[in-house]
Design a protein around this ligand. Structure first.
Ligand SMILES: Nc1ncnc2c1ncn2[C@@H]1O[C@H](COP(=O)(O)OP(=O)(O)OP(=O)(O)O)[C@@H](O)[C@H]1O
Length: 431
């Protein structure tokens, strides 16, 4: 088309109020540019507003968008670090006999780089925990409604007075600063002890709750911690902190040391037989709960006296459940078992009792405890009692029921029912 023709075309009048074509084109382009600018400015305003909203929180509280996040029903953090090590074969002395004990599901993942920049969480997904089948004492349901209960009547929830923005469904997302304040910057005076996972500090949150802060060592490989399970004989996980290279777990503080310190240390007195049985029964109940009452089931994998904490009422509280033990100490607990069997076999059962214990347990009570112990370490795992059966065997009022029955049947030995009500349990070894 020649320029003369183009001029002629552009100068033609259109049907739009008799405007020439070139005027219509210029107006259309102008309107388009205006609309584009309007939309652009609206978008910029929105962006600014949302940034202002985020700026209200300290940087450390803002979860960054996850790269690899897995959230499941049992609440709690799941940390991965640089190491590619697999789960070790761990001590499984609490492994339920028989069927599958269940592997816990994971909730929060930090990317393999171990870099906190790749950390996130989804609190709304922590609303419900594992399903409780019996729900006798523990609960794995919604935590908030029950948090005051677990701290005794009249006691406040450990989370009251803490920023709501960092509440998880089951616990609290603590900032590094929260925990620095709580532990006086992780001062030496606040150190409670050190374990394979790192150092434990005593701390006091701004709302007055006393806590134990477990500062995990780096490069431990993998640590699972379960937040949602709740039982009075399990040390409660209150929350966690992931910031920079820091990985910390915050637990309820249990103030009378651990069973190892009571049994082997100088710090505390001698536990009476009754107190020992109370601790044992509590731990048996906690294990029965983990093994049998919740879904998915949980296996502790590292039951030992230093993981049994004791409160001022001599309740045993199991700690570190869900923490996969990665640093194999190389120590074996099987020697101990063989020694016990040897002593019992040689009719020297009385000699296995702690020499410091005064008064000594009755022969009857001692036999009962040894019987339970030996059943639990039966070389054939299928024949070991379930933890709920152990609870029934240890239960305090059980001996009286059994004695009545025994008097009736005029037999001195324990019948199979007394071993937990299971018909297929064979006669106990003679002690
Ligand atoms: N919630 C808690 N309240 C009070 N003290 C605690 C708490 N958790 C742990 N401790 C104490 O902190 C110390 C270290 O505990 P931690 O669980 O880290 O290691 P451990 O059980 O001694 O050893 P390992 O890590 O090898 O199992 C122990 O003396 C323990 O009693």
């Amino acid at each position: 088309m020649s320029s003369g023709n183009l001029d002629a075309e552009l100068s033609k009048k259109t049907s739009i109020v008799g405007l020439k074509l070139w005027v219509v084109i210029c107006l259309s382009v102008g309107v388009f540019i205006c609309m584009f600018l309007c939309l652009l400015s609206m978008w910029v305003t929105c962006q600014r507003k949302s940034r202002r909203r985020l700026d209200k929180y300290p940087l450390s509280q803002i979860p960054n968008v996850p790269k690899d996040i897995r959230v499941d029903r049992v609440g709690g953090p799941h940390f991965h670090s640089h190491s590619n090590r697999e789960h070790p074969s761990t001590t499984t002395n609490d492994e339920p006999s028989g069927k599958n004990s269940g592997k816990m599901l994971f909730q929060l993942a930090v990317s393999k780089s171990g870099d906190a920049d790749n950390v996130s969480q989804s609190s709304s997904m922590y609303e419900k925990g594992g399903r409780s089948q019996s729900g006798e004492e523990g609960t794995s349901g919604t935590v908030w409604k029950q948090s005051s209960q677990s701290h005794g009547p009249g006691m406040a929830s450990p989370f009251i007075g803490l920023p709501e923005a960092s509440h998880l469904g089951w616990g609290h997302w603590f900032t590094l600063r929260d925990l620095e304040l709580a532990t006086r910057r992780f001062s030496k005076e606040n150190v409670v002890g050190e374990g394979g996972y790192g150092i434990v500090y005593k701390g006091t949150l701004i709302n007055g709750t006393v806590v134990a802060v477990k500062k995990l060592l780096n490069n431990l490989g993998e640590v699972d911690a379960i937040g949602h399970v709740r039982h009075k004989n399990l040390v409660r996980l209150l929350g966690y902190c992931i910031e920079g290279t820091h990985r910390m777990l915050v637990y309820e503080y249990v103030d009378k040391g651990n069973l190892e310190q009571w049994l082997h240390g100088q710090e505390y007195g001698v536990l009476t037989w009754e107190a020992r049985m109370k601790v044992l029964l509590g731990i048996a109940k906690a294990l029965a709960y983990l093994h049998e009452a919740i879904e998915p089931k949980v296996v502790h994998r590292d039951i030992k006296s230093s993981n049994i904490l004791i409160d001022r009422e001599f309740n045993g509280k199991l700690s570190d459940f869900g923490l996969a033990k990665l640093l194999d100490s190389g120590e074996s607990h099987v020697n101990l078992v063989e020694w016990l069997k040897m002593m019992v076999g040689n009719r020297r059962a009385e000699e296995v009792v702690d020499p410091n214990l005064q008064p000594k347990p009755s022969t009857h009570a001692l036999k009962r405890a040894l019987l339970v112990a030996l059943r639990c370490v039966d070389p054939e795992s299928e024949r070991r009692p379930k933890m709920s059966q152990v609870v029934r065997m240890l239960d305090a009022d059980f001996p009286y029921r059994e004695e009545r029955r025994n008097r009736k049947s005029r037999t001195a030995s324990m019948d199979s029912e007394s071993m937990g009500g299971s018909a297929d349990i064979e006669r106990p070894p003679e002690i």
